[in-house]
Each structure stands twice: as C-alpha cells, then as structure tokens.
Ligand binder design. Structure first.
Ligand SMILES: [Zn+2]
Length: 76
C-alpha cells in the first residue's frame, strides 16, 4: 500500500473526514499517518473540537446554504 508521508495531505483528509466519510484507503492512510505523527494527531483533535463546537456557534449555517440568507430580505 502506498502510504503518504505528507502532513499537508493528512490535514486535508482530516478536514475532509469532518464533512464526509473517507473511503477505506484514505481512512487507513490517515490512521497510519496519525499513528506516526503526533503533530497531525493534534491537528485532528483540534479539528474535531472545532467541528463539535461549530453547530453551537452557528458556524455550520454559513456553510450549509439550505437556509434562506436573511440579507436577501433587505435587498428585495
Ligand atoms: Zn503529520
């Protein structure tokens, strides 16, 4: 198996995993990288914390785009 060694790539996968399930290969690569790289373990912890807090802070509303944008009512 081709194991990536790039922390940049690992961060991408961590971020992606917060939004959607990774495919098995990427999951395994990420797990393997995290098992070797304390730096990226911290990144994952921080992202998981941020992601857990985001709904409470209302940050997800900005990304989802499902809700009507309140500012459009003013421009109409
Ligand atoms: Zn790393």
């Amino acid at each position: 198996m081709n194991i990536f060694h790039s922390c940049e790539r690992a961060a991408e996968l961590i971020s992606q995993a917060m939004d959607e399930p990774l495919d098995l290969t990427d999951q395994m690569r990420l797990r393997i990288h995290l098992s070797m790289c304390g730096n990226c373990q911290e990144v994952e912890n921080q992202m998981a914390t941020l992601h857990a807090l985001a709904p409470q802070l209302g940050l997800l509303d900005l990304e989802m785009g499902d809700e009507p944008d309140p500012t459009t009512e003013y421009t109409r």
